[in-house]
Design a binder for this molecule. Structure first.
Ligand code: FAD
Length: 429
């Protein structure tokens, strides 16, 4: 019986190297407030070290140019990378580039369009180019059937018209993957496609970077901003289609499955960082005749946070294991469960850490306030909580049947038991 919670020693060595490298070389960069250009310059030599260690862009299979670790190992790596917003960039695993590379790679595997490998996939995997995923529109993003952006064939070109927003990294991306309706005659799940659009194509207008709770005073063109984009008569070659025509939603699901595991494990990393602050503060803060750690409230914060992080971690690793073993589709319940559960755990733990630090926790002298602002978005992006709960409930309910009388109704059960054990009852009485 295989039921093992340990990590093989060779891989644990890699993880230990990553922990130390991120702590000593990457996390200090956070405090320098570097511009996007300077951040790219600062991470370049670090990326080279990661490449030498063969840990760069490790999310793809070996055939597709990655390391072929599978979701479980990747999950453990993302747990380490999640502690800092910069680490995923250093390891060539930052969203949306990692998911986009995966999309293009799946597309090439399905269509054999090898030209897309050198033009789009390899530059992404090398970290030479950056990308955006342009799907959400100002109308309800959680109902993608309302998508309005169109791509119409004209000779050997697609002509794209539409309005998107919240395209992460849109203003710094070299190219965008645009989800558009290519066949309005059928249901959007069969009528949408994904198309590669270089950002400097005529008709692509980056309207603005949207100030958010995460970055209220943003500077245009910073890494991690979210762009509003208009596409007006944007013309790109027909060969810029990813995968088969009309398969946009299916491909999006394939991209989002592993992406959610990575997100959830990065949240565990962030939550653990907040947890470390909570524990250090509890042991160090003396007030009202004792240390915070000796007061039951702080003990509750620590115990609840530990239990929630452990639960979310095990749920996520189990989802990753199931994906590796049975694939994306068979793991929908697990993936959706960790998406909403993990986001809540992240938020809870950061909130308790802030509370334990009082005014210091609310101040910008600790990373907690920024973590808190960014954590709120986790309940919305890649599908809001409510949508994932709908998925979980629907999948779970497939295992049940509607009934007139509940099967646990005791009078009925007693009647059946009396028949089943008639001889026993007679002998006893
Ligand atoms: C930080 C961040 C980064 C993002 N990055 C990208 C990106 O790179 N590319 C991209 O295309 N998009 C991106 N998005 C957009 C994101 O995917 C959408 O915000 C999300 O899908 C929700 O869509 P919406 O904002 O239009 O909300 P709506 O669809 O209008 O939903 C509003 C609210 O209604 C509720 N709701 C929705 N469905 C149900 C239901 N069935 N039952 C009950 N309640 C429901 C939820 O509470 C939801 O929050 C990003 C968003 C954020 C916050």
């Amino acid at each position: 019986m295989a039921w093992d919670f340990s990590t093989e020693p060779e891989f644990e060595e890699k993880l230990e190297w990553m922990r130390q490298f991120c702590r000593e070389e990457v996390e200090p960069l956070e405090t320098l407030n570097l511009s996007y250009e300077n951040l790219l310059k600062a991470v370049k030599p670090l990326q080279e070290i990661v490449k030498q260690k063969e840990l760069f862009a490790a999310h793809l299979t070996r055939e597709l140019g990655g390391q072929g670790f599978g979701q479980l190992k990747l999950g453990l790596m993302h747990e380490i990378l999640g502690r800092s917003f910069i680490s995923p960039l250093v390891f060539g695993n930052n969203a949306p580039d990692s998911g986009n590379a995966e999309l293009i790679a799946i597309g090439i595997a399905e269509t054999g369009r090898e030209d897309q490998r050198e033009s789009w996939l390899n530059p992404l995997l090398r970290g030479d180019k950056h990308s955006g995923f342009s799907m959400t529109e100002p109308n309800a993003g959680s109902d993608p059937t309302l998508i309005k952006t169109t791509a119409v064939k004209d000779g050997d070109e697609w002509v794209i018209n539409g309005h998107k927003w919240f395209t992460t990294n849109g203003s710094v991306a070299d190219f965008l993957i645009v989800m558009a309706v290519t066949n309005p005659e059928v249901h959007p799940y069969q009528g949408c496609s994904m198309i590669l659009v270089p950002t400097n194509t005529e008709g692509v207008e980056i309207v603005r970077d949207i100030a958010t709770m995460g970055e209220p005073h943003l500077i245009y063109g910073q890494f991690g901003n979210h762009a509003e984009i208009r596409y007006t008569d944007v013309r790109v070659p027909i060969d810029n289609l990813i995968g088969p025509e009309g398969h946009g939603f299916r491909l999006a699901q394939e991209r989002l499955g592993p992406g959610r595991i990575h997100h959830a494990m990065r949240w565990i990393g962030q939550a653990n960082r907040a947890f470390d602050i909570l524990c250090q503060q509890s042991l160090s803060r003396f007030l009202h005749k004792s240390y915070l750690a000796e007061k039951q409230t702080a003990q509750n914060w620590i115990a609840e946070s530990y239990a929630e992080i452990t639960a979310a971690r095990l749920m996520t690793l189990h989802a990753a294991w199931k994906m590796d073993k049975f694939g994306n589709k068979a793991s929908r319940t697990e993936i959706s469960s960790i998406k909403f559960f993990g986001a809540k755990v992240l938020f809870n733990v950061i909130d308790r850490a802030i509370q334990s630090c009082g005014g210091l926790g609310f101040s910008c002298d600790l990373p907690l306030e920024a973590m808190y602002r960014h954590a709120r978005a986790a309940r919305i992006y890649d599908g809001p909580d409510e949508v994932h709960k709908v998925t979980v409930a629907r999948q779970i309910l497939k295992n049940y049947e509607r009934t007139e009388v509940l099967s646990e109704y005791i009078p009925n059960r007693r009647k059946l038991a009396e028949e089943k054990f008639r001889d026993l009852i007679v002998s006893l009485t």
